[in-house]
Design a protein around this ligand. Sequence first.
Ligand SMILES: Cc1ncc(C[n+]2csc(CCOP(=O)(O)OP(=O)(O)O)c2C)c(N)n1
Length: 550
Amino acid sequence: MIECLKNEGVEVIFGYPGGQVLPIFDELYDAPIKFILTRHEQGAAHAADGYARATGKVGVCLATSGPGATNLVTGIATAYMDSIPMVAITGQVKSFLIGNDAFQEADITGITRPITKHNYLVEDVRDLARILKEAFHIASTGRPGPVLIDIPSDIQMQETEFEYPQKIEIRGYNPTYIGHIGQIKRAAKAIAEAKRPILYVGGGAIISGASEEVTELATKNDIPVAMTLLGLGAFPATDKLSLGMLGMHGTAYANHSIMESDLIIAVGARFDDRVTGKLDAFAPHAKVIHIDIDPASVSKNVEVDIPIVGDAKTVMKQLNKSVKKPDTAEWLKKIEEWKKKYPLKYKDDNKLRPQYVVEEIYNATKGEAIICTEVGQNQMWAAQFYKFMKPRTMLSSGGLGTMGYGFPAAIGAQMGKPGAVVFDIAGDGSIQMNIQELATAVVNKLPVKVAILNNCYLGMVRQWQELFYKKRYSYTCLGGTCPDFVKLAESYGAVGMRITRKEDVRPAIEKALKIDNTVFLDFHVEQEENVFPMVPAGEAINRMIEGGLA
Ligand SMILES: Cc1ncc(C[n+]2csc(CCOP(=O)(O)OP(=O)(O)O)c2C)c(N)n1
């Protein structure tokens, strides 16, 4: 197994030991691969995911059978929903005990079947090298995703002659990379004829490395760009053609633009319900071009006029060669009006507001940092107020919305990008879901910065209760129950800072950036601040609270 991983160029494995992986751990003891001992298997899976998102390589995690394997499940599902390449290796009870309710037995291939791209139970050591080769291939090609390999401990002890396959063929698995020429021509014609075109760019554009090609199509042809949460960074936020994020908490101008558009060019995006809002009302005047490597995504939610199945980067290159510039001057003028009328805003007073913290993190890092987020208001403020300039700098659980993702993902990102500034923008609820990873960060001397937007609430749920449940704050108040995050950080050997005044925000961030250690910045922000604009569930996306009702 170690030889296979070396052949795949694996530099780091995140994991946790146990009885059914003892033989593997014994080999890891002096293997030339770095092993990062997390403090929970969920942390290992998210760290492998963060490593993969930041570097573009396959993330690898390892856990024992039973509870070790089931602790990976949330991390695997998170990676699956966001199409992240990952190989998860689990130990299993001895082959002859499988199905026997043996100690620490769990049917992990059964459990993870719906949340992996593929999974394997190794039944013979002679299959191991081929399975590993296939797993890395499947995880990283086509629409990427997690692959799990379950290895019974008796098989870990068997011997075989090592030979790593150079080539593999998997029947029925042959992703399409190049776009159909006829479809490219039709798309180019539709773009040339469009009056109100919009690029709708998702995580697939980042995964395939299509950011340059998206930028070329947009800037050469004056086409505005709206991005999904996972698409942020595919096109520079400061460009005048950028509309920022669209959808439930997107900018009003992105939502108005897509609703009024006559042509949507969707690149590596899947028309998720957080983006489309009420489906019947979505973009009623628009023709749709959909570029996606996964044919199952095309016309799944929204009927597509010009489907192009292929790799986003390859297809965009093809498209850039054949496109003629449409006349969008009027359209861009209209969008400028929306931008002026409905800017992203918050109350600019002397109170410590969470949006201000995010803006100052941006100002201090000039858009160069890798930003991980937890889930909730913190995630949406990060998406709205940090100006993402480059791909692979926004790491967030989009599809599954996993609280507890950001901190271990930041650890994985920092491992993959040792020189980068890595922030986790967190909530006081989410950070407690994987807070044990403070040990992992400190022991490995990772200078990850965690900015806790501490509002004493499970803020996003409280916001829904305020707006739609008559302010009945049912079990969302954490006030008085949070630990002292400064002391907590210090107890692990990290640095903690508490910030309660607006004027102390920037100096604290600057100070943290100079510290070569894990830092917790505990920002005591306004407690009942809300994320706006907001599209209420089930509404059309141009019917936003605080974004202008169409
Ligand atoms: C594992 C998990 N459990 C529950 C939820 C539902 N949920 C979504 S946002 C949220 C509140 C998050 O609170 P906090 O981390 O304090 O962030 P804030 O919204 O205050 O920024 C909850 C409970 C979730 N997304 N993930």
